[in-house]
Ligand binder design. Structure first.
Ligand code: MF3
Ligand code: CO
Ligand code: CO
Length: 289
């Protein structure tokens, strides 16, 4: 049993009684009430959260820079080149590069590509395309992960609407979070509800995830609802929400040509927005967007 004067389990170097003691007592109350409470390994300390925030600032700067450079006629390889140069200049590294053999520094997913599109000289951005750029970077050992949709030239209404509704799905998923009250399932529930109301489907094979000390950590953050109990959301958790919403059916496949590119089976459009968030006593704070 940890004593009041012992150092806290969160490695803050503070005494337990001045750090997570109250937190643990509160967590215990919720456990007794029947909630599934998150294990300690899902809780980050202040130093770690500061580090992840610094990574988030760099990640946001990258996605801003890419936004300024998107134009008709460029290739997705150009986006990878911008990424490599920017990360070098900002003392950061791509977490994607060499991850399970992934060959590039960022993911670029156009139109019917759901996620994990590989930057290529052969993919030229055309007027009317919708593009997701997903960046995960590491800085000083801390990770941040975010993606945005970019409109290439003049994008027509049905595609624009998908992009906007998908963003709204992410925003609703963040807004619903009330620490010490919501569970992860509440996030999936609001996202699924909005997507279906608008006539869209939710991809189920990929989900949000813990992030910070690695690119992918526990827990899974589903974008649809489930019957099983899910974790109570409490301060110190850091995770992504990253709904992939399809214009048509939810079904997808991985392109056999590269074993990475994920496409919709019906060739209809797919959109995704991703933020990294940290849970505080007051709600969810966006770290990377
Ligand atoms: N950024 C992705 C995510 O949101 C992970 C990409 S892994 C890669 O989880 F290997 F495809 F780059
Ligand atoms: Co992610
Ligand atoms: Co990502």
């Amino acid at each position: 049993m940890i004593k009041d004067d012992d150092l806290c389990w969160c490695k803050s170097n503070k005494k337990y009684q001045d750090c997570h003691k109250e937190f643990d007592l509160k967590l215990d109350e919720f456990r007794k009430k029947g909630y599934l409470v998150p294990p300690k390994k899902l809780i980050k300390n202040e130093t770690q959260i500061e580090g992840i925030k610094a990574a988030g600032i760099i990640n946001n700067g990258l996605l801003d820079l890419i936004g300024e450079n998107i134009k008709v006629g460029m290739t997705t390889e150009d986006i990878d080149i911008i990424t490599r140069k920017y990360l070098k200049e900002n003392d950061a590294r791509s977490a994607d590069l060499n991850f399970e053999g992934y060959p590039k520094s960022i993911c670029t997913s156009v139109n019917d590509v759901v996620c994990h599109g590989i930057p290529s000289k052969d993919v030229v951005l055309k007027d009317g395309d919708i593009l997701n750029v997903d960046a995960t970077i590491e800085h000083n050992g801390y990770y941040a992960d975010a993606s945005r949709m970019y409109l290439v030239g003049e994008v027509k209404e049905p595609a624009k609407r998908l992009v906007e509704v998908t963003k709204e799905c992410l925003e609703k998923g963040i807004e619903v979070i009330k620490p010490w009250e919501s569970t992860l399932n509440d996030i999936g529930l609001v996202i699924e509800k909005l997507a279906h109301k608008k006539g869209y489907s939710v991809v189920e094979e990929f989900c949000g995830h813990g992030v910070g000390l690695k690119m992918h950590e526990d827990p899974y953050v589903l974008h649809y609802s489930v019957k099983e109990p899910t974790y109570l959301i409490v301060p110190g958790m850091v995770f992504t929400i990253e709904p992939m919403i399809n214009e048509g059916k939810r079904f997808i496949h991985i392109d056999y040509k590269d074993d990475w590119t994920v496409r919709t089976n019906d060739k209809k459009l797919s959109a995704q927005w991703e933020n990294t968030i940290v849970i505080t006593e007051n709600g969810a704070e966006i770290i990377s967007k």
